[in-house]
Design a protein around this ligand. Structure first.
Ligand code: XMP
Length: 310
């Protein structure tokens, strides 16, 4: 793929499709939606509005970084603070699919509220080839949010969906991002799922658990980023286990570290992390997040495991 030619072609196509109408983009700050948003912005300028929903489930400083990066690009960005609504939707849910659906419902409620206010006729989505393949084969159910919950965006809102990246795989999306002049902090980001840290908490998602897994995630990213894995993160288990502190029994949390190598996210292998890096990680996590008493490293490929835990 020639990134420059791809951009020229997509910019021309988006302009032709949208004409003099308005378009809206749901920006999560992940690589795909960021690249799709900047591509559409190049095509449409002020005819595009990007909506960034702060769902309260993002990584440390992520909302601030995304807001700052996109404000600098001169984009028309609307930030919607909606953490409370997401936590409310997730409250009491423990089943993985129920959690995904609750997230999607909250997303749709918040996003839908914002878009009906606008007079946009097009919705830009960062769907990529792997999403389509996995959605079709039934592996995951997240993408094409509106259509998957049985809403035809055109009938419901008078929207048409534009998916400029639907034929690209992740590494190609990054090339396009680089060519578009996105800051490296955005296009070199590890893939991060739409439901954010909710996918990395087994059992009920609460603000306390999010805070815990967020801290562990930062430590994992700091320690493993130098190895440049495809994706590395922390997962909080639902069970607790016995440990000890100052000679006393201490019942605490279990964190799993997941780090994988992959090209397209359809298959993945565990990163061969050096032993001293792993033991250093266990030390840092149990010290800096003292309610954690055990840290384990996950060694399963995809398949049979998936990359995320829910
Ligand atoms: P799995 O867990 O299916 O993940 O092996 C494959 C890739 O997709 C990401 N992922 C998601 N991305 N919404 C997304 O936008 C989701 O619901 C979702 N679930 C998984 C995952 O992080 C990995 O890169």
């Amino acid at each position: 793929m020639d990134a420059r030619k791809f951009i020229d072609k997509q910019v021309a196509e988006i302009r032709k499709t949208v004409g003099s109408d308005k378009a809206i983009s749901a920006l999560s700050g992940g690589v795909d939606s960021s690249v799709a948003t900047v591509l559409a912005h190049r095509a449409l300028g002020p005819q595009l509005k990007a909506i960034f929903i702060d769902n309260g489930l993002m990584r440390e400083n992520e909302p601030e970084e995304v807001k700052a990066a996109f404000s600098q690009l001169g984009l028309n960005l609307e930030v919607v603070e909606a953490g409370a609504e997401f936590f409310e939707a997730l409250q009491g849910k423990t089943d993985p699919e129920e959690k995904r659906k609750a997230f999607r419902y909250a997303f749709y409620k918040v996003f839908g509220r914002e878009v009906v206010k606008s007079k946009a006729r097009f919705l830009i989505q960062g769907t990529i080839a792997a999403d389509i393949i996995e959605t079709r084969s039934g592996v995951k159910t997240q993408h094409n949010i509106l259509e998957q919950i049985g809403i035809d965006p055109e009938k419901g809102f008078g929207f048409k969906i534009i998916e400029p990246l639907k034929d690209l795989f992740k590494h190609e999306v990054r090339e396009v991002g680089r060519e578009l002049g996105l800051p490296e902090i955005i296009f070199q980001r590890m893939p991060f799922p739409g439901p954010a840290l909710a996918t990395r908490i087994i059992g009920e998602v609460t603000p306390e658990k999010v805070e815990l897994v967020r801290k562990a995630t930062r430590i994992v990213e700091e320690e493993l980023s130098p190895l440049r894995p495809f994706q590395a993160f922390a997962v909080l288990m639902n069970d607790m286990a016995t440990g000890l502190a100052a000679g006393q029994r201490k019942f605490g949390h279990i964190i799993i570290i997941r780090s994988v190598e992959s090209e397209d996210a359809l298959t993945a292998q565990p990163t061969p992390v050096p032993w001293d890096v792993l033991t250093g990680l266990a030390r840092r996590i149990t010290t800096e997040v003292p309610s954690v008493v055990r840290v384990a490293y996950e060694i399963t490929s995809k398949p049979p495991a998936t990359i995320e835990y829910i």
